[in-house]
Design a protein around this ligand. Structure first.
Ligand SMILES: [Zn+2]
Ligand SMILES: [Zn+2]
Length: 120
């Protein structure tokens, strides 16, 4: 019975994590963990085993992804997420359609800059 309880706790935790991103196969260069995680909100790959971001933040202080990124991925997951479902779905579909990492990130930034310049 205790095992079952532990298992459902584990599933609840997993569900919570999956709200923030997606697991994918890849090898962590720090701990060799083979189950890596992509965080939609911060547009970045990370390893949850050793709690490290696998991509360094860009130097742009106005970047909507990197500037708000917490120092460790676990903080990003346990922080109360303020993104609404529409925005979350946008991240999900966008991730599925383009998986060019760096390029995808730049394109998002360009779109946002364009959007901001239109508002002026
Ligand atoms: Zn790792
Ligand atoms: Zn950035």
């Amino acid at each position: 019975m205790r095992n079952h309880k532990r298992y459902s706790k584990y599933l609840a935790k997993l569900r919570q994590i999956k709200k923030h991103g997606n697991f994918y196969r890849g090898v962590c260069p720090y701990c060799n963990n083979e189950n890596l995680f992509f965080n939609y909100q911060y547009d970045a790959e990370c390893c949850l085993e050793c709690d490290t971001w696998l991509v360094s933040a860009c130097n742009d202080k106005n970047c909507p992804f990197c500037s708000k990124r917490p120092p460790v991925p676990s903080q990003a997951i346990w922080l109360e997420s303020k993104i609404n479902t529409d925005r979350k779905n946008f991240f999900i579909t966008n991730f599925q359609h383009k998986s060019e990492g760096e390029m995808r990130h730049r394109m998002k930034q360009q779109k946002i800059q364009l959007w901001q310049s239109k508002r002026r």
